[in-house]
Design a protein around this ligand. Structure first.
Ligand SMILES: [Zn+2]
Length: 557
């Protein structure tokens, strides 16, 4: 997702068309409370039901979903079923799925026989008449119906019309949860290994969902069913419907099919704009390896909101303009060279969709990495200096008021520092590694090690430490688990002596940093204890490479 517009929207609203204002009003204001408060509120019962990986989730492992629904644009309703196949990990008689209370559970069947269930807020507890056995595989059908409540930043499930008045119905539910429009195990730790998505819509409309297009079938009752097959693990918020009178065009990147769906009136603008996708994919493939969802293909789909990283079906709403809704987002003259939403949301195919966080608390693994990948894209296209400028252009947006990693088990999304501070942290780590080839290999190996898996920050730390053969844990902790960034304190003493140390919350914080005379920087190895050295430069010319490290510098008298 892209959250940054919370900050800039107030500035750009004046220039937006009225339709865009209507869609984004809910997020146009900056966060009302300081970030520190927003991640520290005590969890509600709903937060716990949503975020806790409790017994009735942990006792099973998802294998496959078949979501089979019918969408009625006139009634703004959805109905159908999700067939859930899972393997039990321990003996039990109950499992937990999730469905928003605004939607009805019509019945839940196991081999045709109805199962009992109980609902509490969004949780649906399903009870089995006989004990389910560890290691055995079971399938249930959850039938549901109703009118999804439009909510959240992108509507969750939103029934709109295009400029010609035809239905245009999309889903985007990262914050609110997929259970706002379909029944599923709505958490981040467990993903099914694959999924079938069947969506019946009125004739003349089409549905574009995730995965490979299997076919469409006229049902003879005024509806056509569109079938899609996802052949990889998928997180629940990555599942999407995009229903409209879309025009389609396609391309290929080697064997990878690239498919593009836009409203017919935007075809001429979309073709040149979406040509950016191919070189972008090539750049990310060069860094990390093959596009993660090759069998499913890559798609860009026009939507009425800004954008979302729906797996293999990236939602696009950046108005076919470069930058961020046509603006130079980082303010250093680079953002307008490319379409922000194409690059950022597609970067999530590698980080967010292939490598996923196991809890929303660790969502920087999605957003910090995707934001850092923007910098890698800039580096490949415009050079290292442009990339350094681009990443440093994000500094004014960091607040440093709350830790990037939040409390586990309550679905508590981090503040937007997860984007910019996350990217600046990775940029800093690269300077710590101080060897571009080693750094790129580390990133690639990290991706390859964890693709198609859901991980936590501890997995990142452990992998980086092992690969580099050094303990970076205090650095990770300072940047991700403490609000403040480290401060390099400098004291210029008599006779050319320099005293220096890190002021940091982590007692063991130690990080090399480049500093000294301009043009002849050397690497200092400060710790949180004072060290002294003969100053490599006079006080008034001494510089610190703050463009390579996200730190503060304080000169003490
Ligand atoms: Zn994002």
């Amino acid at each position: 997702m892209w959250q940054g517009c919370r900050l800039v929207l107030a500035l750009v609203l004046a220039g937006l068309p009225s339709a865009a204002i209507a869609q984004t009003t809910a997020i146009s204001a900056p966060p009302a409370a300081p970030a520190a408060q927003s991640t520290e509120l005590p969890p509600t019962r709903a937060d716990i039901l949503r975020g806790e990986y409790g017994r009735y989730r942990a006792n099973n492992d998802l294998l496959f979903y078949h979501l089979d629904v019918r969408v009625d644009p006139a009634r703004k309703s959805i109905s159908g079923s999700n067939e859930v196949r899972f393997r039990m990990l321990s003996d039990d008689t109950r499992i937990q799925l999730d469905l928003h209370p605004s939607l009805n559970v019509d019945r839940i069947l196991s081999e045709g026989a109805p199962l009992k269930y109980a609902r509490e807020l969004s949780a649906v507890y399903i009870d089995f008449p006989a004990r389910l056995r560890a290691g055995e595989t079971y399938t249930i059908d959850v039938h549901y119906s109703g009118m999804p409540l439009e909510q959240g930043r992108f509507g969750s499930m939103a029934f709109r019309t295009d400029s010609a008045g035809r239905p245009w119905i999309t889903t985007a539910c990262e914050e609110e949860g997929a259970s706002t429009w379909w029944p599923n195990k709505d958490q981040w730790r467990d993903e099914p290994d694959g999924m079938q998505i069947s969506v019946a819509v009125p004739d003349g409309l089409m549905d574009v969902s995730n995965g490979k297009f299997v076919g469409s079938t006229k049902l003879g009752d005024g509806y056509t069913r569109w079938d899609w097959l996802v052949q990889y693990p998928i997180n629940s918020y990555g599942v999407a419907l995009n229903i409209g009178a879309y025009a389609h065009f396609s391309d290929r990147l080697g064997d990878l099919p690239l498919d593009f769906y836009v409203l017919p009136e935007n075809l001429a603008r979309a073709k040149p704009q979406f040509a950016q996708a191919k070189p972008m994919l090539e750049i990310f493939e060069r860094y990390f390896g093959e596009y993660p969802f090759a069998k499913d293909g890559y798609k860009l789909i026009e939507v009425p909101y800004l954008g979302m990283e729906h797996q293999s079906a990236v939602a696009y709403g950046n108005k076919f303009a470069n930058g961020y809704l046509g603006r130079d987002f980082t303010g250093v003259g680079i953002s307008l060279q490319f379409d922000f939403i194409i690059i950022h949301e597609s970067a999530h195919e590698w980080f967010g969709n292939a490598v996923s966080a196991a809890d929303a608390s660790d969502m920087w693994i999605h957003e910090g990495f995707a934001t850092y990948l923007e910098g890698l894209y800039v580096e490949q296209r415009f050079g290292r200096e442009a990339s350094i400028n681009y990443i440093n252009g994000e500094k004014p947006r960091v607040r440093n008021q709350a830790p990037v990693v939040t409390q586990r088990g309550i679905h508590r999304e981090p503040t937007q520092d997860q984007y910019f501070k996350g990217a600046l942290f990775l940029h800093t780590l690269r300077s710590v590694v101080n060897d571009d080839a080693k750094w790129e290999k580390l990133l690639r190996d990290f991706y390859q090690r964890f693709k198609y898996r859901s991980i936590l920050t501890e997995d990142v730390v452990q992998f980086f430490n092992a690969q580099l053969g050094q303990d970076l844990t205090p650095i990770f902790n300072q940047y991700l688990r403490r609000p403040a960034i480290p401060v390099l304190e400098l004291k210029f003493q008599d006779e050319g002596t320099l005293a220096y140390r890190w002021k940091a919350d982590e007692r063991d914080f130690a990080m090399p940093v480049r500093a000294g005379a301009p043009g002849a920087l050397q690497i200092l190895e400060p710790t949180t204890d004072w060290k002294t050295m003969r100053s490599p430069a006079a006080k008034d010319v001494f510089v610190v490479a703050t463009d390579l490290y996200y730190i503060d510098v304080r000169r003490l008298e």
